[in-house]
Design a protein around this ligand. Structure first.
Ligand code: FES
Ligand SMILES: [Fe+2]
Length: 320
C-alpha cells in the first residue's frame, strides 16, 4: 500500500497488526516467516518481533541487535476490513474511519466483492465514482439505460467531500434493478454518489415505481443499494478497489447474493477496462491540456479537496 510492502497478522486476541514486510537483518519479507502467538518470526534467521515492530528475541545470540526494529502501522477493523494508517502514528484516530450504519442493520444485507485490482491511479477511480453519467456508456447491460443521457447532474460540497446527484423520473429500470424489482412499468431512479476525501465512495442508488415516493424513503418496490468502494493506492499508478454492497432487498436470500455480485462484477470489470486504458494515455500525455465538460465539475472539486488535504497535512508535518 502507498508503495510500501506490508505484512498483516492477528494477535491471539484477534487484534490486527500491520508491519513493514521487511526483516531489518537481511531483508527477507516477514510474510515468509511464521506467526507465533502475538509475535512474528522471520523465516531466515529467526528474529522475533512483537506487534509494535520491536525485535524481542534473537535466537542465535544473547542480545537483540540495535536497529533491529521494523516499522509498525496503526491498524483497526471496520466493516470486515483492516484499515491501516501510514502517516504519523500520533495522528492516527480510529474515530475517523468510515463506517456505514446500514452495514450493521439487520434490515439490510451486506455482501463483499472481490478486491478489484486496477492499473490506474486512485484519482481516476475517484473521478469515475463522482460521475453518474458514465453508466449509460460504460455499463449498458447492468447499471445504465439508454434513455437518461439528458438528465442533468448536480453536485454539492460536503464537509467531508462531494455528493453528485442525478434523479431520473419515469425511466425504464436498468438491468440490475429490473432483476430484483420485477417492475412492470416506469420507475424513478436516484443516484447519489458520495465521495469522501481521500478515496472512499458510497454510491446510494435505487429505484421505486414511478411517482410512488422519494429518493429518501417510501415508494413502491423500493430497491436500494449502498455500494461502498474503498480505493487503496498500491503505488502511484495502481489501485485496489475493496468494494462491498449493502442492499435492502432479498436480505434473506443467499442465491440473490451471487446473482447480484455477478452483475456488479461485470460492471466493475467494465470500469477497470476503461480506467486502465486511460492510465496508459495519462502516462504518455502527462499533464497536457484536456477538453472540459460540465459533468467534470464534481470530480474537479473533489480533486481540489484531496489536494488541499495533502497540502494541509504536509504543512502540519513540516511545522512540527
Ligand atoms: S533475514 Fe530475518 S533474521 Fe535474518
Ligand atoms: Fe462505473
Amino acid at each position: 500500500m502507498l508503495g510500501e510492502s506490508l505484512v498483516l497478522f492477528r494477535k491471539s486476541d484477534g487484534t490486527p497488526v500491520a508491519l513493514h514486510d521487511r526483516c531489518p537483518h537481511r531483508l527477507l519479507p516477514l510474510s515468509k516467516g511464521m506467526v507465533k502467538g502475538d509475535l512474528i518470526q522471520c523465516g531466515y534467521h529467526g528474529l522475533i518481533f512483537d506487534g509494535s515492530g520491536r525485535c524481542v528475541h534473537s535466537p542465535t545470540q544473547a542480545t537483540v541487535p540495535p536497529q533491529a526494529d521494523v516499522r509498525s502501522y496503526p491498524a483497526a477493523e471496520r466493516m470486515g476490513m483492516v484499515w491501516i494508517w501510514m502517516g504519523d502514528p500520533a495522528r492516527a484516530d480510529a474515530a475517523d474511519i468510515y463506517d456505514l450504519p446500514q452495514y450493521h442493520d439487520p434490515l439490510w444485507r451486506a455482501t463483499e466483492g472481490d478486491p478489484l485490482y486496477v492499473k490506474a491511479r486512485y484519482l481516476l477511480l475517484c473521478d469515475n465514482l463522482s460521475d453518474p453519467t458514465h453508466v449509460t456508456y460504460v455499463h449498458p447491460t447492468t447499471l445504465g439505460s439508454p434513455d437518461v443521457p439528458d438528465v442533468p447532474v448536480t453536485h454539492r460540497r460536503q464537509p467531508w467531500g462531494v455528493t453528485t446527484t442525478r434523479w431520473t423520473r419515469g425511466c425504464d429500470p436498468v438491468g440490475l434493478f429490473q432483476t430484483f424489482g420485477n417492475y412492470t412499468g416506469k420507475v424513478d431512479r436516484w443516484q447519489h454518489y458520495h465521495m469522501y476525501v481521500p478515496s472512499t465512495a458510497i454510491i446510494d442508488t435505487g429505484t421505486i415505481v414511478a411517482g410512488s415516493g422519494t429518493d429518501r424513503d417510501g415508494g413502491e418496490r423500493r430497491v436500494q443499494i449502498l455500494a461502498c468502494h474503498f480505493m487503496t493506492p498500491v503505488n502511484e499508478f495502481e489501485t485496489i478497489d475493496y468494494w462491498l454492497m449493502v442492499r435492502n432487498f432479498a436480505t434473506n436470500d443467499p442465491d440473490a447474493d451471487e446473482k447480484f455480485t455477478a452483475q456488479l462484477r461485470i460492471a466493475f470489470a467494465e470500469d477497470k477496462d476503461v480506467l486502465e486504458a486511460i492510465e496508459v494515455e495519462e502516462q504518455a500525455y502527462r499533464d497536457g491540456p484536456k477538453a472540459g465538460l460540465d459533468l467534470d465539475a464534481s470530480a474537479g472539486l473533489f480533486r481540489r479537496m484531496v489536494a488541499q488535504r495533502i497540502r494541509d497535512e504536509s504543512t502540519a508535518v513540516a511545522a512540527e
